[in-house]
Design a protein around this ligand. Structure first.
Ligand SMILES: NC(=O)c1ccc[n+]([C@@H]2O[C@H](COP(=O)([O-])OP(=O)(O)OC[C@H]3O[C@@H](n4cnc5c(N)ncnc54)[C@H](OP(=O)(O)O)[C@@H]3O)[C@@H](O)[C@H]2O)c1
Length: 278
């Protein structure tokens, strides 16, 4: 994966933020958490998070940090048996953790994964759409000479996979009138910041994921479910082996968005906990 475009200032950012709608009669505890009515924030130890692609890279670190914050964590993995050591590491650190089978592009898999989470924990509060692929780095793929098979494969995972997981997770969140959805986007998705043609399929897929973030956030405004996109930054992982930014830093903004108080932003795009231009 190529290095990302350098981050510019965020003036002119068109990030959309705002509090979710509330029913009359709800009160907050001073930290933005509702303390009356059906949208009361469950305690951290009651909350359950599903992290897609949670078996390695930024996804595993997001799971680790959510566990350290007290949440129960399900690692969504294509091969859960291979993630046994990861589950053990989380449990050794005091986190209630499990691995669930989840291939975000396999028909029915997101629904089955959510059903498994519900069987094991009885609720689902947080979905982190972290699973992603980057398979069209320059110079092998120019947008003016498109390899549409690679474009389709990229969009299938990075957009449709995340969308399918949203569809599977929202009913469980709606039932509790509480939810947080975080979509792992990229600075490379920013139309305003893009000044080179590298990785066109990846960029397009993540820009579309940003729009998905906005429309789902609008759809769920009245349901107590906050939906945001996060750029982890150019972070060292199998996807970006030359990066120097540690996964601890890359996971910070997604974890912040996954644990927002009820009056936190929704429909936004963030890096380092600050709005990023679309
Ligand atoms: N690293 C960066 O510099 C960077 C920068 C900006 C944004 N991001 C985004 O951050 C997210 C995590 O990136 P990363 O660097 O941690 O990547 P990574 O190390 O390559 O890990 C990717 C994860 O996604 C999973 N995955 C891929 N396709 C899947 C599918 N169909 N179903 C379920 N899981 C699937 C992989 O599972 P397997 O182990 O089964 O392959 C793996 O767990 C991605 O969305 C990426 O686009 C990364």
């Amino acid at each position: 994966m190529p290095s990302p475009v350098p981050r510019r200032g965020i003036s002119g950012s068109c990030v959309r933020t705002g509090s979710p709608q509330r029913s009359p009669g709800h009160e907050t505890n001073g930290e933005g958490d509702l303390v009356t009515g059906p949208e009361s924030t469950p305690s951290a130890t009651d909350r359950v998070a599903l992290v897609t692609g949670g078996n390695r890279g930024i996804g595993f670190e997001i799971a680790r940090q959510l566990g350290a914050a007290g949440l129960r964590v399900a690692l969504g993995c294509r091969r859960p048996a291979d993630a046994a050591d990861r589950v053990t590491a989380l449990r050794d650190a005091g986190t209630e953790a499990t691995a669930v089978e989840l291939d975000v592009i396999a028909p029915g898999s997101p629904g089955r994964a959510v059903a498994t989470v519900m069987e094991v924990y009885g609720r689902l509060d947080v979905l982190v759409n972290n699973a992603g692929i980057a398979i069209d780095a320059w110079p092998s793929h120019r947008p003016s000479e498109p390899d549409l098979d690679r474009v389709r494969t990229t969009i299938e995972t990075n957009l449709f996979g995340a969308w399918a997981c949203v569809g599977a997770a929202v009913p469980a969140m709606r039932a509790n009138r509480y939810g947080r959805i975080v979509n792992l986007s990229s600075t490379m998705a920013s139309i305003e910041l893009t000044d080179d043609p590298r990785s066109p399929a990846y960029r397009v897929s993540k820009s579309a994921l940003n729009m998905l973030t906005v429309v789902v956030a609008e759809d769920l405004r009245a349901d107590g479910i906050l939906v945001n996109a996060a750029s982890p930054g150019y972070t060292r992982s199998d996807m970006s082996p030359k990066a120097t930014r540690p996964v601890e830093d890359g996971a910070d903004t997604p974890v912040w968005l996954a644990t927002l108080p009820n009056d936190g932003p929704t429909g936004g795009f963030f890096y380092e906990r600050e709005p990023l231009p679309w």
